[in-house]
Ligand binder design. Structure first.
Ligand code: FES
Ligand code: FES
Length: 156
């Protein structure tokens, strides 16, 4: 067993979990933060993306124990009284259909906008499509997902 301590959405948490517990399992089953979705068992779909110390990571690829001491943000931690600009942009641009991929798309979207802004680079439509390589939408609504991220980039 591992004694795992980390900050999740600004709150300190501590749990004893089996060594092999994935971060996605830790979030969903231990903390009941079910906004982080699990859509595959091959690390392909990106529905499980969260931020670890500010960077987008597929939470099904990280052991909870290896994230000890980290600050983790899930989709539940984004809204602060009002929707995060990325959440609002998905709503305004119809960037979701069934919504299963949406938490991962939003977390990846925030990460890419933040990285490109920090580097002073323009986040073009082509760059967004390339960046979304690791996120799959089974409803195939990529056009509006890209539009949502472009819209959010003007507001973040
Ligand atoms: Fe993590 Fe699919 S559940 S990539
Ligand atoms: Fe249904 Fe993307 S909105 S999987």
């Amino acid at each position: 067993m591992a004694n795992v301590e980390m900050k999740v959405n600004g709150r300190a948490v501590r749990r004893d979990v089996p060594d092999a517990t994935l971060l996605s399992e830790f979030l969903r089953e231990e903390l009941r933060l079910t906004g982080t979705h699990v859509g595959c068992d091959t690390s392909q779909c990106g529905a499980c993306v969260v931020h670890i110390d500010g960077k987008a990571v597929k939470s099904c690829t990280a052991l909870a124990a290896s994230c000890a001491g980290s600050e983790v943000t899930t989709v539940e931690g984004l809204a602060n009284g009002e929707l995060h600009p990325m959440q609002a942009a998905f709503k305004d641009n119809h960037g979701l259909q069934c919504g299963f991929c949406t938490p991962g798309m939003i977390m990846s979207g925030i990460d890419m906008v933040t990285r490109y802004k920090a580097a002073g680079r323009e986040l073009t439509e082509e760059a967004i499509r390339h960046e979304l390589e690791g996120n799959i939408c089974r409803c195939t609504g990529y056009h509006n997902i890209v539009k949502s991220i472009q819209d959010a980039a003007t507001k973040m």
